[in-house]
Write a new protein. Sequence first.
Length: 251
Amino acid sequence: MRFMVIKAKYIVFALACAILLPLCFMYASRAVSVFNSAETREVPIYCVQRSDSKIAVTFDCAWNDSDIDAILKTLDIYDCRATFFIVGDWAEKYPQSLLKIYNAGHEIGAHSYNHSDYTKLDAAALIADMEKCDEAIAAVTGEKPRLVRAPSGGWNETVVRVCRERQTPCIQWSVDGIDYGNADPEGIIRRAAAATKAGDIILLHNGTEHTAEVLPEILEKLSKTYEFSTVSDMIYTENYTIDHTGMQIPE
């Protein structure tokens, strides 16, 4: 009888293995599939791995142009060439301000035509919107932008793929000044000057209550450690990868 009990236990164990092992393989296969999907997922550029001290200061222009002169004056004082991401209808409303930015030697990027949500558009609609924005900017500067920043930073793989296929990299940010709404001046300075590594991309906005006011202090703090660069002069155009955090890494 003891022999029969042991044999029964082995039979139960064998049956359990027969049931559970296929499930384990299915789960492992699914896990590998998800992992591989994450590895190949296209993401925008949030920052850049650099061996120098370059960082990029960027401005999104979507509201008004009341502080453009003050911002440009401060950028000139600190020898900071910035990148301005321009909404197309802003370019049409304020062509003289856009021309001032361009003539001062700053880089111009595209920020959609009217700040629509790019995550809700299919590829064809994205291309149409980007081209309309490009045309509005080029009508003033004579040049089409080489970079794209999605409105409100909203992106998905379709947005990134369309940007790649158009050879206009999708640019996010790694340091956010959060300088709009009811932001207090000291908070803006603290956040915007918090770049902790070379290759950071800093997000600011024009047309806000305090950005132009606090910009001198932000640049003063950053200039002690970092070299200012446009986004295009900082990112790599070939032989690179972008990791899951959005860091662009040279090969």
